[in-house]
Each structure stands twice: as structure tokens, then as C-alpha cells.
Ligand binder design. Sequence first.
Ligand code: NAG
Ligand code: NAG
Ligand code: NAG
Length: 299
Amino acid sequence: MSLIRVSVAHVGLLFLLACSSCSGSASADVPRTITAYVKETTLLPCSITHEDDLPTMEWSKEGITPNITFLYRDGCETFAEKNPDFLHRTNLVLDNLKDGNLSQIIYNLRLSDGGRYQCRTLRGRRWQVEATVDLVVVAVSEPKLTVVPSAGDGVLLQCKAECWSSEPTVMFLDDQGNEIKAKDPKRDEALARCFTVTRRATLQAGTNRVICRAKHMNKTRDTEMYIPDNWMSSCSYIIAIVVTIGATFLFTCGLCLCRDRLCRKHGDIGKSIEHFSQEQIKPDVYFIVVSSSLPAPHQ
Ligand SMILES: *[C@@H]1O[C@H](CO)[C@@H](O)[C@H](O)[C@H]1NC(C)=O
Ligand SMILES: *[C@@H]1O[C@H](CO)[C@@H](O)[C@H](O)[C@H]1NC(C)=O
Ligand SMILES: *[C@@H]1O[C@H](CO)[C@@H](O)[C@H](O)[C@H]1NC(C)=O
């Protein structure tokens, strides 16, 4: 039993050893994907086993001419064949060269940097591919948070993440960092080269700060908005006006009824009340009296 276990372990060990010895060439052909963001710095990995002399090596990019993004020859960078788009934007990790770390740094990433890169070393007269890297550059922008006019209750907010090169998720957060319930996002498919996602949420009373967050992988962009209390009451204000008009109507009716009753009792007093209601009591007087008796709208 234990004999079998030992031999199984040995086979496993042999398998691991075989794999580690072949992984060098296998990983050179299988592209590795690196995702990075516009204006940031990224590192395209490439490493060779330690050697005494650092070979001539280059990084190139598919589909551009010249396709060299970094050329290292005789111990220093050679600029002659370098693509001008990458001038002053690429480098190697110079401190790590002696360890066979040939990773390429690209600074200030542009959307156009996205594509397939190759790390090659010159062995005798033959170029050998050491690594293939697919770089995905994602463009992100600050989402726009706006108030949309609406007839309903509460304040309708819109968050728009415009022209991200990878589709972002868009969400609303309150001041405690909890997600606010929102309608399903709308995707704008019109622009094929980028993604625009719009989402709306109705804010209920008691929320004073809203964050609109657009997110792609672990990259987030936030836009914040403070909601003044009186915004929340803007629709209560409309209700207040409606109630006021209603109350004014009732008040006037009451006055009419009262006048009619008075009319029946005393003819001349009725006339004076009619005069009073037409000349003295202006509608804006009713308004102030009635609306001041309403509760504070935002509570
Ligand atoms: C760059 O050009 C060389 C020479 O034509 C070619 O061998 C190499 O594969 C190219 N690099 C890429 C990443 O396509
Ligand atoms: C190469 O160097 C970079 C920068 O120091 C480091 O992040 C990376 O892990 C190194 N790669 C290897 C294979 O050691
Ligand atoms: C965020 O994503 C980048 C690229 O996808 C990755 O390199 C990085 O390790 C991630 N960071 C965290 C904290 O997950």
C-alpha cells in the first residue's frame, strides 16, 4: 500500500519537474492578458533564466511599423528602430535585468497601446520568442450625475458612465455606502467603439449624499452629489399648493354658505360680507394662512 503511494508521489514529482522544464517555451506561445487603464503605467511580464551576459532583446507590437517598442542591444537601449509612438514611454526594469527580468514598463498608457506584444531575445542569429502578452487598455471617465425632472415622488437621479472601452457596472450608493435601488441600466449601443451605461434611481427622503459609481473589474470612478433638504420637499411643495388651492376653495365656500345664511337672517350684513370677501381677502392671503399650517414637507 505505502509502496504504491510512494510511487504515485514519485510520478507526481516527475510530472511537476517535466512541467516546470517545459513551461518556459509553453508560456511564450500562450499569450498572457494584462488589463490596464488609460494614463496609467503597466508592466508586461517577460523573464528568462539567469545568464551572465544580457542578450540583445526587443519588445515589439503587432500591427505597427516599425513594430519595435523597446530594443536593448549591447547593454543599453537603442532608439533607431523604435516606433515614435512609444518614445520616452517604455523601459525595462533596469534593476532586475541581471535576474533575467525583461518585463517592459509602458508609461502614460494610451488606448492605442492595446494589442499583442512580443518579448524576444537574440540567440546567435535567431530571435526567440520569450513571452507573448495581450494588453487590454481600458478607457474610463468620471460618471456624470444629474437630476432629471420628474412628476413622481422623490428626486430622480441619473448616472451616466460615458464611453468606457469596457462595459462598466453603474450603481448608486447612499452616505452609508449602501446601494440604492435603481432601475435596470440602459446601454447605449450606438457607439460601437465604447460603452455608455445610464442608470436612474429615485431618491427617497433622508438621503443627503449620493455617490454614483462606475466600475470595471476593480477600477472604480465615483461622482458625488449633496442633496439639500429642500430638494426633497420640492414635490411636497407642489402638494402644498394643491392643498392650499383646495383649502382656499373650501374657505371661500364656507364664506359663501355663511353669507347665504347671514343673508337670510340680516340682509345688509350679507352685503357687507360680500364686499369684504371680494375686496379685502386676496387669494395670496389664503395661501400664506393655509400653507403655514402644513407640516414641514421633508419629514
Ligand atoms: C515585429 O516584426 C518582426 C519582423 O518583421 C516579426 O518577426 C515580429 O513577429 C513582429 N512582432 C510582432 C509582435 O508581431
Ligand atoms: C520583474 O520585475 C517587476 C518589477 O520589479 C516585478 O513586479 C516582477 O514580478 C518581476 N518579474 C519576475 C518574473 O520576477
Ligand atoms: C486590480 O486589478 C488589476 C488589473 O486587473 C490587478 O493587477 C490588481 O492586482 C487588482 N488589485 C486588487 C486589489 O485586486
